[in-house]
Design a protein around this ligand. Structure first.
Ligand SMILES: Cc1cc2nc3c(=O)[nH]c(=O)nc-3n(C[C@H](O)[C@H](O)[C@H](O)COP(=O)(O)OP(=O)(O)OC[C@H]3O[C@@H](n4cnc5c(N)ncnc54)[C@H](O)[C@@H]3O)c2cc1C
Length: 510
């Protein structure tokens, strides 16, 4: 069997990538060594951008019913005084809540059903990839079933989505940059016997005697995370009795709750130095890992999938050279570095176990709060150099999604109603009207959709989302990529042909 793309690993990143490729018509083989899905929660938070990626995967309605939006994330000291409060809005830039709390097994089940519903996807569970060799026109994978039988599979490209201990990463010899920042935490997932309202939803207890996180684990579920103290024995921390003892401080006991699981994880901060070696690429935890304090590990992996899917699509259909795939690394590394740095910055404040140091931190943060300083999470990072218009100040930034109504009366989120791929949006008119026939047909072949958006335009900007964006940037035209980043803009509609020409050049890297 020859696949267009073989994916090693069927965690959320492999699942999303399989869906995004199969939706574009490619034949995808997925190989997962575990016979069953990993049943226990890991990720509990995704952001607005990832909500939009899941929308692109066709699972928006199903996942919305399995999440609860974050209202705020409050940090308190040992005495319970507020040190910091991150507010989260119900509608972030991408049209989804800024923060969404969920259980990873729920998401994986939803993505699995979606992937299996697509005719182009073959999922092989209980099959471990034990070898891969790059050949002239593709890659040969050796797959081992649980009964020891082996078979070879061919693919034009392979993506290793095989997690933190990635076989693919080791096989192709990608080196790893490790910042040496690690802490051990006991993760405890609890199902309260009766529905409980937690206010605020997410809390960080900055108590040097035991830094502790209390967050939603999705509807009906609660997570506690307890930091291992210096000198504390991991095995002792990882006992069920220890979990109950630590939960008792929050009034959680075997009489009012069920312990779903407890386990000690070591969180690290590292990423691979080569994201592509020929026809083999790495994505998700195989490419990067980070401490979970910003809830961004899986989110970063889903951004990888969104970035890679449209590039593989262009290369597979000969609309761009294979060198385009090098922009996957150049674009994703600065973004993932910024997210790792932010996660570590949070960790450095949270993981203080020294009482004197903690008192200094508390005094500083309390003073900042009293002086009215607002805690705002950093804006979504910009992606690095790649398929972006040179010198454009808006290129590489995330583009918003708003609610719209089309001329034929359809109303909803832009991606559902108009389309979520390459999109040329015009403030003053139809951007295609400024292009010659050849340019227009070239853009159409790429899948670019044009839309005139405004309060009285054919695509009605129902909440003023696009009006605000055009006003803030001074742009009259914007070209959005299929992963929702801005390729480039023009301040005047008549200059749209220059934008189209810049895209043609950007898609033909040497
Ligand atoms: C306690 C905890 C809390 C977290 N909280 C968050 C959060 O709130 N938000 C967030 O965004 N992220 C969070 N994360 C991170 C998130 O869980 C991971 O980033 C995410 O699971 C990575 O997905 P993945 O698909 O890349 O890898 P994985 O989910 O690890 O999947 C990799 C798959 O590859 C398979 N595999 C490995 N080798 C082979 C092989 N040779 N052949 C075939 N299959 C193979 C494995 O069996 C596995 O199923 C958290 C993680 C932990 C541990």
């Amino acid at each position: 069997m020859t696949y267009d793309v073989a994916i090693v690993g069927y965690g959320p990143v492999g699942q999303a990538l399989a869906i995004l490729l199969a939706q574009r018509g490619w034949r995808v083989g997925v190989f997962e060594k575990q016979p069953q899905a990993y049943p226990l929660p890991r990720a509990v938070h995704f952001d607005h951008e990832v909500g939009r990626i899941l929308q692109a995967c066709g699972v928006a309605d199903r996942i919305r019913g399995r999440t609860e939006p974050t209202d705020s994330y409050e940090w308190r000291n040992a005495a319970g005084a507020t040190l910091l409060r991150f507010e989260s809005g119900p509608a972030g830039l991408s049209g989804w809540p800024d923060g969404n709390m969920f259980a990873q097994p729920d998401l994986e089940a939803i993505l699995d059903a979606r992937a299996r519903s697509l005719p182009g996807v073959d999922v092989a569970r209980g099959v471990e990839v034990v070898d891969l060799v790059e050949e002239r026109d593709g890659v040969r994978l050796t797959c081992a079933a649980a009964d020891g039988t082996r078979r070879d599979v061919q693919a034009r490209f392979v993506v290793g989505c095989d997690g933190a201990n990635s076989f693919v990463r080791a096989k192709v010899g990608s080196t790893v940059t490790d910042l040496g920042f690690f802490f051990d935490w006991l993760i405890v997932d609890v199902l309260p016997n009766t529905p409980t309202v937690w206010q605020p939803l997410n809390i960080q207890v900055c108590d040097p005697a035991r830094p502790t996180t209390l967050v939603s684990g999705g509807p009906g579920r609660r997570r506690w995370e307890f930091m291992r103290l210096p000198g504390e024995d991991v095995d002792e921390l990882n006992r069920e009795e220890t979990a109950w003892r630590l939960l008792a401080a929050s009034g959680v006991t075997p009489e009012n709750a069920r312990l779903e699981r407890h386990t000690v994880y070591r969180f690290q901060a590292r990423w691979v130095d080569q994201w592509r070696k020929g026809r083999v690429l790495l994505a998700g935890d195989a490419a990067h890992q980070m401490p979970p304090f910003a809830g961004q590990g899986m989110c970063s992996g889903l951004r990888d999938a969104a970035n890679l899917a449209w590039k593989l699509d262009l290369v597979l259909r000969d609309a761009a050279p294979a060198a385009l795939l090098d922009t996957y690394e150049s674009e994703r590394v600065p973004h993932v570095r910024a997210v790792i740095d932010f996660s570590m910055a949070l960790g450095k404040v949270i993981c203080i176990a020294d009482p004197v140091e903690a008192a200094g931190r508390d005094a500083m943060m309390t003073a900042a709060l009293a002086s009215g300083q607002q805690a705002t999470p950093p804006p979504s990072p910009t992606i690095g150099p790649g398929v972006l218009r040179d010198g454009d100040p808006h290129a590489g930034k995330l583009f918003p999604q708003g609610r719209v109504r089309t001329a034929d009366g359809r109303e909803g989120w832009f991606d559902d109603v108009v389309g979520g791929g390459w999109t040329l949006l015009g403030r003053d008119g139809d951007p295609f009207a400024t292009l010659d026939r050849d340019t227009m047909s070239r853009l159409r072949e790429l899948g670019v959709v044009a839309a005139h958006v405004g309060s009285e335009a054919p695509v009605v900007d129902l909440d003023g989302t696009y009006a605000r964006w055009f006003a803030a940037t001074g742009a009259a035209v914007a070209l959005q990529r299929p992963d929702f980043y801005v390729f480039g803009t023009e301040a005047r509609s008549v200059d749209t042909p220059r934008l189209a020409d810049a895209l043609r050049r950007a898609l033909s890297p040497a």
